[in-house]
Design a protein around this ligand. Sequence first.
Ligand SMILES: Cc1cc2nc3c(=O)[nH]c(=O)nc-3n(C[C@H](O)[C@H](O)[C@H](O)COP(=O)(O)OP(=O)(O)OC[C@H]3O[C@@H](n4cnc5c(N)ncnc54)[C@H](O)[C@@H]3O)c2cc1C
Ligand SMILES: NC(=O)c1ccc[n+]([C@@H]2O[C@H](COP(=O)([O-])OP(=O)(O)OC[C@H]3O[C@@H](n4cnc5c(N)ncnc54)[C@H](O)[C@@H]3O)[C@@H](O)[C@H]2O)c1
Length: 466
Amino acid sequence: MSRIVIIGGGPAGYEAALVAAQLDAEVTVVEADGAGGACVLSDCVPSKTFIASSDVVTAFREGGDLGVINDNPEEVWVDAQAVHARVKKLALAQSHDIATKLTKAGVELVAGTARLGDDALGHRHPVIITPAGGDEYSVDADVVLIATGATPRVLPDARPDGERILTWRQVYDLPELPSKLVIVGSGVTGAEFASAYLAAGVDVTLVSSRDRVMPHEDADAAMAIENVFRARGMTILGNARAESVTRTADGVLVTLADGRTVEASHALMAVGSVPNTGSLNLQGYGVTVAPGGYVQVDRVSRTNVPGVYAAGDCTGVLPLASVAAMQGRVAMWHSLGEAVIPLKLKTVAANVFTDPELANVGVSQKEVDSGKVPARTVMLSLDGNARAKMANVTDGFIKLFCRPASGLIIGGVVVAPKASELILPISMAIENHLTVDQLAHTITIYPSLSGSIAEAARQLMQHEFE
Ligand SMILES: Cc1cc2nc3c(=O)[nH]c(=O)nc-3n(C[C@H](O)[C@H](O)[C@H](O)COP(=O)(O)OP(=O)(O)OC[C@H]3O[C@@H](n4cnc5c(N)ncnc54)[C@H](O)[C@@H]3O)c2cc1C
Ligand SMILES: NC(=O)c1ccc[n+]([C@@H]2O[C@H](COP(=O)([O-])OP(=O)(O)OC[C@H]3O[C@@H](n4cnc5c(N)ncnc54)[C@H](O)[C@@H]3O)[C@@H](O)[C@H]2O)c1
């Protein structure tokens, strides 16, 4: 029986553990904070739960446009303590569910921390485990999986204090919503929180280091969302780098590199993450660590040391829960001798949970524009869609990319409410090598937003005859 030790119990670690247990390995997961890791306890699950509450506020505020009158929309307010309590309760419940699943599968779950021991230059790898409140001990593993995730990046002159200068993990401890919030960093994390706080009625200023928000996303989609943000009253400072964030008597002062300053009641730092790899004795053990602290892995999650694998955010491959989970599973299938398909990022769909949402999959507009990927493109606004009109959806579009000659679908972008649910047909089309003709011939529900996906495919068909 193979002895496996997994360091970190987030999606990479716990999904790996379930696969290894299914393959009859003896598995130990060592997790510092709780089953589900940061994904469940402090990052993905809490933020999406918070957003679920802010979406309700938006629905209330916009009801008037559909003839549902709230005499005083300003009276709709967010009880921060109730929302925060719900966020924490839901995260803990999810963590508990995962712990139960692991235990039922026969996985040993140790609350504590672990690191690699001294390199024994053998086939087994010593892992030093320090259980919470207990004495450290060593386990010799045939296979070790490093799945330790990442931690919010801290700027030297903007140190979070948990009161006024916050990381995204600390916001749920606030007794009330900020009266004025400045969010530093307009990547996916910054944009999601900016959208949610704005909806919740907070005066939001977003400090964006580039000329537009979400610089890594599709430019049309990011601009569409930026326009919604501005129309709803958000202040967005473009080409602005925060140099420092300091406390004032009753709030914070953000100083930008160009000398501008912003005062607010609170600052939320969303300037990226750093991998949790500093205290694992990786270098001592001979595991290659790339610049930035990421563990270097191949597409089956192997490090350079046989028997030592790594998965998830600590590898920097693509920081998504879905990818972390697949990297973890692939590591176990590979190490336990199962047939395995190396990780493919081509069909990974991602979604930004702003309002509206932004989902994408496959090739990007940037790759098409640069000539790297030859493709035909169509971008179809949702404003002609009957269902969108009924629901008063005024912002959004569907974008499809296909191969010029064959019409094979190779990518797509959706900006819409619940874009996360609308991207699946495009992902399935890419995964299953479908053409725009095949998508166009699929009969969709009328009226539906997904009807616009088939309509976009029809438009790409028409191009073939031009
Ligand atoms: C605000 C935010 C929102 C996000 N929303 C989404 C989303 O909607 N969808 C999505 O797909 N992705 C989302 N992500 C990304 C997603 O959270 C990560 O990709 C995912 O958590 C990575 O999983 P992981 O298993 O690698 O690490 P983690 O979930 O970070 O888990 C790693 C765990 O290992 C523990 N650990 C570290 N060192 C040790 C040690 N030495 N011993 C024991 N334990 C240790 C850590 O405490 C942590 O609990 C979001 C990220 C952020 C920051
Ligand atoms: N919905 C989701 O799936 C979801 C949500 C959040 C995060 N994530 C994952 O996490 C990854 C990281 O996203 P992120 O937004 O946390 O980090 P990021 O690194 O993508 O963005 C951080 C931003 O902060 C900016 N920045 C850095 N220093 C700054 C400064 N001094 N002043 C102003 N701006 C500054 C950077 O230029 C960058 O644009 C994403 O790519 C995504 O994979 C996913």
